[in-house]
Design a protein. Structure first.
Length: 112
């Protein structure tokens, strides 16, 4: 009985992890859209925006029953990694060959 319950909970966690990965993929695409608007990798990090995001996360975590001790460090890492990705994404496009549409080699999209 316990083995079946454990397996069911693990399957639920696996499905939830897939949903989180999909949401993070969407977040990354939005970060790239923001990068297009900023255009300069040196303007990526905005401490005021980071604190606003963390405030939103703390409030949402409290409402969702998520420990702030889990939520805040996860989002700090997420925001930092997204900023690093945004800056690298912009630098790659700045260094792209003139015949490249998006910074990729040979005109093939980097999505996928």
């Amino acid at each position: 009985m316990t083995g079946r319950k454990l397996a069911a909970l693990r399957a639920e966690l696996d499905a939830l992890d897939l949903s989180i990965v999909e949401a993070l993929g969407r977040r990354q695409r939005i970060v790239e859209a923001v990068a297009r608007l900023k255009g300069d990798p040196d303007t990526v990090r905005d401490p005021d925006r980071v604190e606003a995001v963390l405030g939103n996360v703390r409030r949402a975590a409290a409402g969702a029953g998520l420990s702030i001790a889990i939520a805040e460090p996860v989002w700090r890492v997420l925001v930092e990694r997204c900023a690093a990705h945004e800056a690298a994404w912009l630098r790659a496009r700045a260094e792209a060959p003139p015949d490249s549409c998006c910074g990729c080699e040979g005109g093939v999209s980097d999505r996928g």
